[in-house]
Design a protein around this ligand. Structure first.
Ligand code: NAP
Ligand code: MG
Length: 502
């Protein structure tokens, strides 16, 4: 029998107990994995083990997929009126809201996010996203298409059946809401894998699914490693669609596995190296604030991070001095996510810490200048100082590759034409931003940038009802909004002969 784990929080910002089961959630109950394996879960602020959770294998994925398929046949899909599916999603959102502080505390503990940010951003947006999709569940419809008098022709937007979903560690809970919201609203059943690093909020959520009213097997959560559970989901012949958020390298593997198994429909939300362009005529104070939030928020572990900051020459020195001050003040607000003064926490893992430090080293070796930061903060945990790198050239790794840490490359430019060229010189195309008070330029540049998101005088301000996704190697398909509904349905054209005799 899988065990229940209780963690006691006794911190300045949150006092309370969190209880959740550490097993795999399959067919409406927590179970042990077939092979009995476990994964240790680490607190990134201290490097110490919090607990261990069950780790599944391909065998557990197969059990979960079969349970999901059975649930799809008997108690889910379009058989269940959209109003009822929506009601369960709403109930799930209510239950998360009831336990919002506990969810935020788990996210702060397991990911290292400042508690207040976890509560006001991650958990609040999760609740909002699930409620939003609850509202969609009874509004999914095809069209009647006029063809001729002897025929009734219409389309139906049908679910795929079993969908596989693989989520990363940077926004563990809210990425689950982006995935399960549209999937369940449209009548699909789910086998979901959280990141091996951050399974705690997923387990807490799994424990609420029955109370929300979902029939057994509709939502299955299988913790485990990417190369085992993730790979098994990508290859499973019964899974008809897969949605993934994570690195471009893993996205590529998933597409290959899907192609080689049963040609699953694949949606991918991958990395980025997003340009943030600041013109001489920008509201400088605002530009600095948005730029700071975008690259250092969530410790830079953000696919949307504005990691290449292009600054026009007339304001370059002033901008650099202001963002340096902002980085310095974040340095002095770095520490325990449960301290009220903390604004900057650790990287999620030793691996990510090493990766980020490796990129800082590469910048130095390539001849860039580490203007501020660049070092470890403190002696335990995985803290990296907010870092600004200058004097970069376009071919440097620090300019081309996704660091996924609190490291900004600040680059000087002269003209609009030149900066558009530099901004688009990347294999990625997730987000982009332009700061200017000139409205024609704002629109012109926003349209010229090769990215799924173009922000003007803001950055990283995502909305649950706007589509989100990437151009180029930043992804395939869109999440959020009505666009995600399309990603979880397939269109059937129905042709009914009402009179033609041959
Ligand atoms: P990753 O390997 O792509 O991890 C994302 C998810 O994919 C995790 O659940 C992971 O499981 C799973 N996975 C790994 N290998 C898989 C496979 N062969 N088949 C199916 N699923 C698999 O990313 P990472 O290694 O954690 O981070 C590396 C880099 O990826 C970061 O530095 C960053 O550049 C990028 N990244 C981007 C995002 C984003 O929001 N777009 C999020 C996270 C990371 P395990 O955790 O169990 O390995
Ligand atoms: Mg990984």
């Amino acid at each position: 029998m899988p065990s229940t784990f209780t963690y006691t929080f006794d911190t300045p910002l949150y006092k309370g107990k969190s209880t959740f089961n550490t097993g795999l959630f399959i067919n409406g109950e927590f179970v042990d994995p077939v092979d009995g394996a476990k994964i240790e879960v680490v607190n990134p602020s201290t490097g110490k083990v919090i607990t261990s959770v069950s780790a599944g294998s391909a065998k557990d994925v197969d059990i979960a997929v079969k349970a999901a398929k059975q649930a799809y046949k008997t108690s889910w899909g379009l058989k269940v009126p959209g109003t009822d599916r929506g009601r369960m999603l709403s109930k799930l959102a209510d239950l998360i809201e009831k336990n919002a502080d506990e969810f935020a505390a788990l996210e702060a503990l397991n990911v290292g996010k400042p508690f207040g940010v976890a509560r006001m951003a991650d958990v609040a947006s999760t609740i909002g996203t699930i409620r939003y999709y609850a509202g969609w569940a009874d509004k999914i419809q095809g069209k009647v298409i006029e063809t001729n008098d002897e025929k009734l022709s219409y389309t139906r937007h049908e679910p795929y059946g079993v969908v596989g979903q693989i989520v990363p560690w940077n926004y563990p809970l809210s990425m689950i809401s982006w995935k399960i919201g549209p999937a369940l609203a449209t009548g699909n059943v789910i086998v979901l894998k959280p990141s091996e690093l951050t399974p705690l909020t997923a387990l807490k959520l799994a424990g609420l699914c029955n109370e929300a009213g979902f029939p057994s097997g509709v939502i299955n959560i299988v913790n485990g490693y990417g190369h085992t559970v993730g790979q098994a989901i990508s290859e499973h012949p019964i899974i008809e669609k897969i949605a993934f958020t994570g690195s471009t390298a893993t996205g590529r593997k998933i597409q290959v596995a899907s192609a080689m198994s049963n040609l699953k429909t694949v949606t991918l939300e991958l990395g980025g190296k997003s340009p943030n362009i600041i013109f001489d005529d920008a509201d400088l104070e605002q530009a600095v604030k948005w730029a700071t939030r975008s690259i250092f928020g969530n410790m830079g572990q953000n696919c949307n991070a504005g990691s290449r900051i292009f600054v026009q020459e007339g304001i370059y020195d002033k901008f650099l001095s202001m963002i340096t001050d902002a980085a310095r003040s974040l340095q002095s607000a770095t520490g325990d996510p449960f301290e009220p003064s903390t604004k900057h926490g650790p990287q999620v893992s030793q691996t990510q810490f090493d990766r980020v430090m490796g990129y800082i080293d590469s910048a130095k070796t390539d001849g860039a200048n580490v203007h501020i930061g660049g070092s470890r903060h403190g002696s335990e945990g995985y803290f990296v100082q907010p870092t600004i790198v200058t004097e970069c050239t376009p071919d440097m790794k620090i300019v081309q590759e996704e660091v996924f840490g609190p490291v900004a490359a600040v680059i000087k430019f002269k003209t609009e034409e030149e900066v558009i060229e530099m901004a688009n010189n990347t294999v990625y195309g997730l987000s982009s931003a332009v700061f200017t008070e000139n409205s024609s330029r704002a629109v012109r540049v926003a349209h010229a940038l090769e990215a799924g998101q173009a922000f003007v005088n803001c950055l990283n301000w995502v909305e649950k009802n706007m589509p989100f996704g990437g151009y180029k190697q930043s992804g395939i398909g869109r999440e959020l909004g009505e666009y995600a509904i399309d990603m979880y349905t397939q269109v059937k054209a129905v042709h009914i002969n009402v009179g033609l005799k041959i």
